[in-house]
Design a protein around this ligand. Structure first.
Ligand code: UD1
Ligand code: PEP
Length: 416
């Protein structure tokens, strides 16, 4: 499926269940290289990215069995240590095997991930952290080769210049088997980091402070396999909340941790969307009119950059002028020109986008340039007049399980 078609104008009604979190499951699968016995992972979404990281693990010698939404991962006794470009090119998160490989095998050679549509996305913070744990880093032929000193990695104090999610995760995974204690300061506080830490602790790791700015890890000798259920995807949940709001519908979003979507809820409420907690999830009731609000993306617990494009689509429907400031990625406004093709009035100045509303969007052929840009175009299509044709759907398939079926169940006219 490379194209999606949406006939807009139908308010969405009903229930939708959120799948397991993409950004939690990717590092957790990488962490399955660490124990000496198999792990069972539950509520694993059927996403292109999950498939890719499983291929990476298989390439490194792990045995991966999938049964429905369950994954069983048998770690290799002696992992191979190279993740070539063919994987890293498909998904930057492949770089997350660096920490576990260094911890388990003392050696890792991973292709350097390139930039992508939303920014240049260097890995300098990952490498600085691993260096502080005693790894020797060499660049060559487009790859990074990291080697632990004799006797393995050793704990240290690491200050991150920016609370990078991936760097925090890579360093935690490297430090759990290191000698002594590691302190990560200015660590990322995202729920996905906490889920990874909970998974590792269940395997026997000693980690304190995950979910705060300071994480303390005391290295242990060995980890054992466990069963773990990943947290619900807070970005998918936020996307369906916006879908309810943008179509003026009434939707119950199930399997969501309300605390994880607090920054999104706060903005929806400020705009005049009705959202409240029910026993089984969060109910969103759309209104005829919304008020423009300003949004600034920030590391957690700030407003998530992964919800910025979807929020922009919704803000085209709000009365007044809204300013979105993107502080996390330097180039995450690729959806603006596509939304403009649908009639949105948006200008960008550097890291700010100024949205003038309300406008009645109209269907148009548009292109998904990345995952969340694609989600924003689908949302815009749901409320636009006429048919919207979204191309490059493979980007959307990286992060939304059964998107078409879930939206159809809510009454959307969407087809491939
Ligand atoms: C698989 C996964 O979990 N992806 C999420 C993760 O990506 P990811 O882990 O790549 O995001 P980071 O938090 O690392 O990146 C945030 C910012 O830090 C910069 N940076 C990062 C690392 C580094 O070594 N040097 C550096 O300069 C990046 O270029 C970016 O501008 O967190 C992002 C920020 O919430 C989300 O948008 C992604 O959906
Ligand atoms: C940017 C995202 O993912 P990744 O880091 O995998 O590119 C995202 O999920 O919006």
């Amino acid at each position: 499926m490379e194209k999606l078609f949406i006939r807009g104008g139908r308010p969405l009604h009903g229930k939708v269940r959120v799948s397991g979190s993409k950004n939690a499951v990717l590092p957790i699968i990488a962490a399955c290289l660490l124990p000496t016995s198999p792990c069972t992972l539950e509520d694993i979404p059927g996403l292109a990215d999950v498939h890719t990281i499983c291929l990476v693990l298989q390439h490194l010698g792990a045995r991966v069995e999938r049964k429905g939404t369950t994954l069983v991962i048998h770690p290799p006794e002696k992992p191979s240590t190279e993740a070539p470009y063919e994987f890293v090119r498909q998904m930057r998160a492949s770089f997350l095997v660096m920490g576990p490989l260094l911890a388990r095998a003392g050696l890792a050679a991973i292709s350097l991930p390139g930039g992508c549509a939303i920014g240049s996305r260097p890995v300098d913070l990952h490498l600085k952290g691993l260096q502080m744990l005693g790894a020797r880093i060499e660049h060559g032929y487009g790859s990074i080769r990291a080697r632990a000193e004799k006797g393995g990695l050793r704990g240290n104090r690491i200050y991150l210049d920016f609370p990078s999610v991936g760097a925090t995760e890579n360093i935690i995974m490297a430090a759990v088997l290191a000698r002594g204690q590691t302190l990560i300061e200015n660590a990322a506080e995202e729920p996905e980091v906490v889920d990874l830490a909970n998974f590792l602790c269940a395997m026997g790791a000693k980690i304190k402070g995950a979910g705060t700015k300071v994480i303390k890890i005391t290295g242990v000798k060995e980890l054992h396999g466990v069963t773990h259920t990943v947290i619900p995807d807070r970005i998918e949940a936020g996307t369906y909340l916006v879908a309810g709001a943008i179509t003026g519908g009434n939707v119950l979003v199930e399997n969501v941790i309300a605390n994880h979507v607090k920054p999104v809820l706060a903005k929806l409420l400020e705009m005049g969307v009705t959202v409240y907690e029910e026993n089984d999830g969060l109910r969103v009731i759309g209104q005829q009119e919304y008020t423009a609000v300003d949004v600034k993306t920030m590391p957690y617990p700030g407003f998530p950059t992964d919800m910025q494009p979807q929020m922009m689509a919704l803000l085209t429907r709000a009365r007044g002028t809204a300013i979105i400031t993107e502080t996390v990625f330097e180039n995450r406004f690729m959806h603006v020109s596509e939304l403009r093709r649908m009639g949105a009035r948006i200008k960008t100045v550097g890291r700010n986008a100024v949205i003038q509303g309300p406008v009645h969007l109209s269907g148009a052929p548009v292109k998904a340039t990345d995952l969340r840009a694609g989600a924003a175009l689908v949302l815009a299509g749901l409320c636009a007049e006429g048919v919207t044709e979204v191309s490059n759907v493979h980007h959307i398939q990286r992060g939304y399980e059964h998107l078409m079926d879930k939206l159809r169940n809510l009454g959307a006219a969407i087809w491939a």
